[in-house]
Design a protein around this ligand. Structure first.
Ligand SMILES: [Zn+2]
Length: 490
């Protein structure tokens, strides 16, 4: 940064801090502004907050990343979906509540890239421009804030057509303009919802566009005439990888459905890394009873050992990240699986809430929107939900808990899931978790899910499972919002 800029930045910082000290003595603190949106427009990232904030940017190396700290700021209660196409220079965009009052946005870069940050006069928006050539005068490029966008009318879905071969089924959706869509697993079985916010069906849209394909059982479309929330429900015959591809030029979105990674051959040919969460000084969550305590680390290990036993009986190769009550560093766990070139990474945990008895059930997490991890989570969750006798909380993206996901999943190169078997601080769940018979049933279900992922389901889905489901974007579903305790997963 040239000297003049550095001085200016300091002056600005002093002004902010000074202002805050004065404000604190004068009146109670107002609610913090929240991060509202992250939007790519070509190579410019727009960062929008709900009120006046300060943006502070710097570079970190190994790996190379640009950091933008936003303060005072907090994350909104609804998860943020970045809009627009991520430029190729950026490997990943992630964000988190870095500490109280500071939201951190991080761009993981593929290569050294110039960037410049400019802040809108309102103080509510910043523009981070990437890839501009270094200016010989040392002045950052001037960016003009775009005018506030009026709400656009809904896009029309004009055409849906299949192109498929034996390996892959592709559904092409032609729209009147570009929109962002989202894939969400449905709670039950191999069902995934393609959410089409701000989309309405055009009058010319043909009514029947189902397809005969070995991977696809059924597709349902729920068109919203008002264009608030149309959706497609895709039911597959087995764990399948679903990916959305955006056409660079045209408003065309393709939903590609494939067999996921490592889903060929037999379970006996696979190498599975089982990761019993926590261990040693890391106790995990704690369940308290009248005169005893139950540690998550012990339950995780007991279930993991049973999974190993069953997989060895299947002649599969198994490695455990820990065999006993030893401490294993968080990052060493996926690293082990990566070094071994394992086919799957299965992390076993128990859930917990700040308040005892406030939540119950089973959840399987996958990383971000990884299509293979999602498929594996759906397969395992399907089999778990059938045996636990607890609420089925579904397969979920780990970004629902923490914006950058869980470290063990983020860092695994292979399809990976983190299973929260049940809530250790719920009396009903904990009684089950401690029961060796329940532990065995859970282990069997995990192995059955893995087998179904690799080899396919043994029987066709039953009529019971084929019943009509309500096609609705997951974001509209009412779900109790439970704060989750997961300090070690960051
Ligand atoms: Zn845990």
């Amino acid at each position: 940064m040239p000297r003049a800029w550095r001085i200016l930045a300091w002056a600005f910082w002093l002004g902010v801090v000074g202002g805050r000290i004065l404000a604190q003595t004068a009146e109670p603190a107002p609610p913090l502004p929240t991060l509202q949106a992250l939007r790519w427009e070509e190579s410019v990232l727009y960062i929008v907050a709900s009120g006046k904030v300060t943006f502070h940017t710097f570079t970190l190396r190994e790996p190379l990343r640009v950091v933008v700290d936003i303060s005072p700021c907090s994350l909104p209660s609804e998860p943020i979906q970045p809009e627009g196409d991520t430029p190729t220079a950026v490997e990943r965009l992630r964000w988190a509540q870095f500490k109280e009052g500071v939201v951190r946005v991080v761009l993981d870069l593929r290569s050294d890239t110039q960037y410049a940050l400019s802040t809108d006069p309102s103080g509510e928006q910043a523009m981070l421009a990437l890839g501009s050539a270094p200016d010989p005068q040392g002045e950052p490029p001037r960016l003009v804030a775009p005018p506030a966008k009026p709400a656009a009318p809904p896009a029309e879905l004009i055409q849906m057509e299949w192109e498929s071969n034996e390996e892959e089924a592709r559904l092409r959706l032609r729209l009147s303009r570009k929109v962002a869509v989202r894939l969400q697993p449905h709670r039950e079985g191999y069902q995934t919802i393609l959410e089409l916010p701000q989309v309405k069906p055009s009058a010319a849209l043909p009514a029947d566009w189902n397809v005969k394909h070995p991977l696809i059982e059924e597709v349902q479309f729920s068109g919203d005439e008002k264009g608030v929330r149309s959706a497609l429900l895709i039911r597959t015959t087995r764990a399948a990888s679903l990916r959305v591809e955006y056409d660079k030029q045209q408003p065309v979105i393709t939903l590609a459905i494939n067999r996921p990674r490592n889903a060929h051959g037999k379970l006996s040919e696979k190498h599975i890394v089982i990761d019993p969460g926590h261990g040693g000084k890391s106790l995990g969550a704690v369940g308290r009873e009248k005169d005893s305590v139950v540690y998550e680390k012990d339950i995780n290990l007991a279930i993991a050992r049973r999974v190993r036993q069953l997989l060895l009986k299947e002649k599969a190769t198994v490695t455990m990240t820990r065999e006993d009550d030893s401490h294993v560093e968080l990052y060493a766990r996926p690293q082990l699986a990566n070094d071994l070139g394992a086919d799957f990474f299965i992390s076993i945990h128990c859930d917990s809430t700040p308040k005892p008895n406030s939540a119950s059930g089973t959840t399987t997490y996958f990383h971000a929107s990884d299509p293979d991890g999602r498929a594996l989570a759906q397969a395992i969750q399907k089999h778990l939900a059938a045996v636990t006798g607890l609420p089925n909380r579904g397969a979920r993206s780990d970004t629902a808990i923490y914006q950058s996901g869980f470290a063990v999943l983020r860092r695994s190169n292979m399809p990976a899931v983190l299973i929260e078997v049940a809530y250790i601080n719920h009396d009903v769940d904990r009684a089950k978790l401690k029961d060796p018979k329940f532990q065995q049933k859970v282990a069997e279900a995990i192995v059955a899910g893995l087998r179904a992922y690799v080899e396919g389901e043994r029987e066709a889905q039953t009529a019971q499972q084929r019943r009509e489901v309500e096609v609705r974007p997951a974001s509209d579903r009412r779900e109790e919002d439970i704060p989750v305790q997961m300090p070690e997963q960051l």
